[in-house]
Design a protein around this ligand. Structure first.
Ligand code: NCD
Length: 301
């Protein structure tokens, strides 16, 4: 069964196949806007942590494929509040749906869900763990601008420790050895050793040189909800701010990405600059999730 649990599960060929399928889905979106590939199928969206983009794009993707959606978004109204454990919830939900997209607070939950589910589970973020469907849409966004086989610099900025999108995207980018990875973060929020490789750059200071040499800047939010001590969050929340002046130091051909939501790390005026790519990146979530749902359900166009 095709579960999507971690970025590491994907071979390079599988990633390229999904990006190709996403471009076919995008053609459907740009043409008729929907199809009937998933007619009669149901997606259950279980989102036990805040989400706007991820849940809505999963739901939109299923609706555009002609399927239906059921969702549970507030743990207060879920049997989890009565003490139901995740395996039981998943057993019940997999009786109702053909595929489950889920997000939870705890790292590893998606893998537990997959053990107990009789239908495919798509991990939409498990705590500070991973967010593999996001990294496929991130890669799709990069691939629309650059040849993934060519030499380029990708600079990750912000919260490398808790930022699950960084963990998953870093893992997938390893399939493209000409891409050099740079991690710019406060020491306390640096990339975990398990994601770092020899040849990567890791430093605290965001220099003009890094900005000027980057082809992709992948900015991230400091993950407030993961800090035990609020004072620590306050200390880090404004370390790197991208304003017009900073973005003007980027190459004309470079792009500024962000998984969103942004808090204060990119000023609103940047949205109008040609390098800003984060809204298009978010929109790419729909065709990529259409491709993933179609693969999980074994649907072929
Ligand atoms: C990210 C997440 O949930 O990890 N958001 C998203 O899904 N696009 C990033 C974040 O919350 O900072």
């Amino acid at each position: 069964m095709f579960h999507v649990l971690s970025a590491a599960q994907f071979s390079k060929d599988e990633i390229l196949e999904i990006l190709h399928s996403a471009s076919q889905m995008e053609a459907i979106l740009e043409g008729p806007g929907f199809c009937e590939l998933a007619k009669g199928k149901i997606l259950a969206a279980l989102f036990y942590e805040p989400s706007t983009r991820t849940r809505l794009s999963f739901e939109t993707a299923m609706l555009r494929l002609g399927g239906g959606v059921i969702s549970e978004t507030d743990v207060t109204f879920s049997s989890i509040t009565k003490g139901e454990v995740l395996p039981d919830t998943i057993r019940i939900v997999s009786n109702c749906a053909d595929v489950i997209a889920m997000r939870s607070k705890t790292k590893g939950d998606a893998a537990i869900a997959a053990e107990y589910s009789s239908v495919p589970v798509l991990n939409g973020g498990d705590g500070s763990g991973e967010h593999p469907t996001q990294s496929l849409l991130d890669l799709y966004t990069i691939s629309k601008e650059f040849d993934l086989e060519s030499a380029m610099n990708v600079a990750f900025i912000g919260d490398m420790k808790y930022g699950r999108t960084v963990h998953s995207l870093t893992t997938m980018l390893r399939h493209f050895p000409n891409i050099k990875l740079q991690f710019i973060a406060p020491d306390a929020l640096q990339i975990p050793d398990s994601y770092f490789q020899e040849g990567d750059l890791k430093q605290e200071a965001l220099s003009d040189e890094i900005i000027a040499n980057a082809d992709v800047i992948y900015d991230t939010r400091i993950q407030k909800e993961r800090f035990e001590d609020p004072a620590q969050y306050e200390k880090f929340k404004s370390v790197y701010i991208f304003d017009v002046e900073q973005v003007n130091k980027m190459k004309d051909s470079a792009i500024l990405m962000h998984p969103l939501p942004r808090v204060n790390e990119i000023t609103l005026a940047v949205d109008d600059l040609p390098q800003a790519r984060y809204f298009q990146q978010a929109a790419n979530g729909i065709p990529v999730r259409m491709a993933l749902i179609a693969k999980a359900l074994n649907l072929s166009a």
